[in-house]
Design a protein around this ligand. Structure first.
Ligand SMILES: CC(C)(COP(=O)(O)OP(=O)(O)OC[C@H]1O[C@@H](n2cnc3c(N)ncnc32)[C@H](O)[C@@H]1OP(=O)(O)O)[C@@H](O)C(=O)NCCC(=O)NCCS
Length: 149
């Protein structure tokens, strides 16, 4: 598995992962275009041995802090340690540029993601009731988590 910073040239691949992983909550092409062109937003990807993008993570940076806004792994590539390795890669990259803390919001029902984050040093700061409003959510509350980089 290789990891690299992504740019807009891979938007179709990111969109395909987005649709597969988030369904009705997937970002649209326009939302992705805006994020990919933002100076404060960074996308990193994981590539398989055929150089296909199989996972990505995105952060928004604000000086010494950042928010993890997405991490997603294609269904066929899950439970192989890819999200864990990608998150560790993102940590090492942003640490080099002076980021010290990473924050995120996660649905209280997203056990896989919560376990991933906890394994990587995130702790719960607070619970946000009714953070998610879409009808597809069985759990609406979010946890705000934070990790020292
Ligand atoms: C959450 C997600 C990114 C995990 O990706 P992954 O590559 O399968 O995860 P990994 O194989 O690297 O697993 C790392 C850790 O995550 C946790 N984890 C991953 N899958 C899990 C599952 N099905 N059940 C419980 N914990 C799980 C475990 O702690 C695991 O460590 P372990 O193997 O030592 O137990 C993936 O399930 C996904 O893309 N989900 C949909 C998108 C999403 O909800 N993203 C998060 C919010 S933006």
């Amino acid at each position: 598995m290789n990891f690299a910073l992504l740019d807009g040239s891979l938007i179709d691949c990111i969109l395909a992962i987005e649709k597969e992983c988030f369904g009705a909550e997937a970002w649209t092409q326009r939302m992705l275009e805006e994020s990919l062109s933002s100076v404060n937003t960074f996308f990193w990807g994981a590539f398989d041995d055929k150089n296909n993008l199989v996972a990505y993570a995105a952060i928004i940076r604000a000086e010494e802090m950042c928010d993890l806004i997405k991490i997603a792994v294609m269904l066929d590539f899950r439970s192989k340690g890819i999200a864990d390795a990608l998150l560790k890669f993102v940590f090492s990259e942003i640490k080099k540029s002076g980021v010290k803390k990473m924050f995120l919001e996660v649905n209280v029902g997203n056990t896989s993601a919560i376990n991933l984050y906890t394994k990587n040093g995130f702790t719960v700061l607070l619970t946000r009731p009714n953070y998610y409003s879409g009808v597809q959510y069985t759990c609406r509350d979010a946890l705000t988590m934070m990790a020292e980089i």
